[in-house]
Design a protein around this ligand. Structure first.
Ligand code: XMP
Length: 513
């Protein structure tokens, strides 16, 4: 285990991912965690992340100097590097000289950390202060025109640091530097592989569940699928997977999910709840209200499934609920290790009073890319592993206006054409997703053949994104857009106009509702 100490910037998650890419398991801890608590976790190394631009800034986060006396290897990056220099008796100069963005660094004495790197290369910097003097016993390895000490190491103390950000893509050889520290200076073993993750999880789920039974709601997305696949390895047919078809899925989707899942799971409980959802949505146009109704109906349907599965549960039997919670959710909600317990007394009508749900969250320590890698390791179909995000409320929030069966049919037909053409053009992995939105209450005049048309517009919303928090509109090739537009207006009689959404997020969101 390597601990990444988070000084409140955006870098900690990226660093933790890079450490894992070096096949060493890592977790993020807040800088406010007492050092004794960090050491109690017996880390093989500690990484101090980037953070505010100056260690002299008012309220700049610090770290207990004890950490440097614990015989644990330490690596500092950017702010962490300066903090290290300062706490170990070096000198950090408040010069006012700054370096931001791409910066040329020159390796003066490579040592172990910068071993085999080109003397001159480009790194990503973002700092105000500079280290003017390395702590006693540390060798200076590199400099820039502004920063005399841009990297240092002490092999004796198994500590090193760099002024730049090795974790970002724009830094050349960043991963190599990190691996030199982890493998060559700290001596971390490379045991974090997808196979090991699966084996460890299977083992611990078996222990947690014993002879118990579990239920999992599959959305069709990759997270719940991988979570369920791991649990199934552990407890076999004592896992029941439930997939709720709310009638607002895309064309062929439920069949695809059924095919994929039946290949992998012994039992799949497909609940056809289209009538229930669409009846509940009749006459509703407000986006938030639509979402609330869909959420409520989903819970109702799932509860009924729980009763079917656990209805014969004995008093005192624990029911387990599988969830695809990911590590970023855990970090962002400030949570740490341990499992949570949902008391479901009041919302699982029909179940014995004392039947609690205990969560199984096999992906709680994983990043999205690791989830996909685990999915491939488990041999899940690639349609499942590489599926683009699709919102839980489905096409219901892509029809602007009331959701009706007719409108769903129109949108499904247009969406299927758009998806087919994107796949044909080989663009599926280049974009994050491309919602097709039906402006159901808008009509415009057109002409087709010899006649006037009065149809609805659809909007294409292709976006690129890394985490859906921000997004940009995707610059699709004109030929692909042309093909999609021609086919939709020819093949879907109710649609006579195709528009393109060229708004980034912010200010727009990805979905229209
Ligand atoms: P927005 O529209 O907020 O979407 O920019 C960000 C990402 O989240 C997806 N999304 C959802 N996913 N349930 C989900 O599982 C939802 O209710 C939901 N709403 C939006 C959206 O598709 C995009 O990838």
């Amino acid at each position: 285990l390597v601990l990444v100490v988070d000084f409140g910037a955006q870098y900690a998650q990226l660093i933790a991912r890079r450490v894992r890419e070096a096949r060493v398991y890592s977790e993020i801890v807040p800088h406010s965690m007492p050092v004794a608590e960090m050491l109690a976790r017996q880390p093989k190394a500690i990484i101090l992340s980037g953070g505010p631009s100056s260690v002299y800034a008012e309220g700049a986060p610090g770290i207990d100097a004890d950490i440097f006396d614990a015989q644990v290897p330490v690596f500092g990056m950017c702010y962490g590097f300066q903090l290290m220099a300062q706490r170990l008796g070096g000198e950090v100069a408040h010069t006012g000289a700054r370096e931001y963005g791409r910066t040329a660094v020159s390796v003066t004495a490579p040592g172990t950390l910068l071993h085999d790197l080109p003397t001159a290369h480009t790194v990503w910097m973002s700092h105000g202060d500079s280290v003017a003097q390395a702590p006693a016993g540390f060798d200076v390895l590199a400099s820039t025109t502004v920063t005399p000490v841009a990297a240092f190491e002490s092999l004796e103390r198994r500590m090193a640091g760099v002024q730049w950000h090795p974790e970002v893509l724009h830094t050349e050889h960043g991963q190599t530097v990190l691996e030199h520290f982890l493998h060559d200076i700290a001596g971390c073993r490379q045991t974090w592989t997808m196979l090991n993750i699966v084996e460890e999880q299977v083992e611990s789920i078996r222990e947690q569940v014993g002879e118990g039974r579990a239920i999992c709601a599959l959305s069709g997305g990759v997270d719940s699928a991988v979570a369920a696949a791991i649990v199934q390895r552990a407890i076999g047919d004592r896992l029941t997977c439930v997939y709720v078809d709310h009638g607002m899925m895309r064309q062929g989707e439920t069949e695809q999910v059924r095919r994929d899942f039946e290949e992998v799971f012994d039992t799949l409980d497909v609940v056809d709840a289209a009538d229930q959802f669409l009846d509940a949505l009749a006459g509703v146009t407000d986006p938030e209200q639509k979402r609330k109704i869909i959420g409520r109906e989903f819970i109702r349907t799932f509860e009924a499934a729980q009763v079917r599965v656990f209805g014969d549960a004995q008093e005192g039997e624990t029911a387990f609920l599988v969830q695809g919670t990911l590590y970023p959710d855990v970090v962002e909600s400030g949570g740490g290790a341990g499992t949570s317990n949902i008391k479901s007394h009041h919302n699982v009508g029909g179940l014995p009073e004392d039947l609690d749900f205990e969560l199984i969250e096999p992906l709680r320590t994983l990043f999205k890319d690791e989830v996909r890698a685990v999915g491939e390791q488990l041999g899940l179909p690639s349609t499942m592993v590489w599926r683009q995000p699709f919102p839980g409320p489905g096409l219901g929030i892509r029809i602007i206006g009331e959701v009706t069966r007719d409108r769903l049919d129109i949108l499904r037909a247009a969406d299927a054409i758009a998806r087919e053409e994107m796949t044909t053009a080989g663009l599926d992995r280049d974009i994050w997703q491309m919602p097709v939105v039906l402006l159901a209450d808008v009509r415009s005049v057109g002409v087709q053949g010899d006649g006037r048309t009065y149809g609805h517009p659809v909007v294409l919303r292709p976006v690129t994104s890394e985490d859906a928090m921000t997004a940009d509109w995707a610059r699709l090739p004109y030929e692909v857009m042309e093909k999609i537009s021609t086919r939709i207006t020819n093949e879907v009689p109710e649609v006579n106009r195709v528009a393109l959404d060229i708004t980034s997020k912010p200010p727009g969101t990805i979905e229209w509702e």
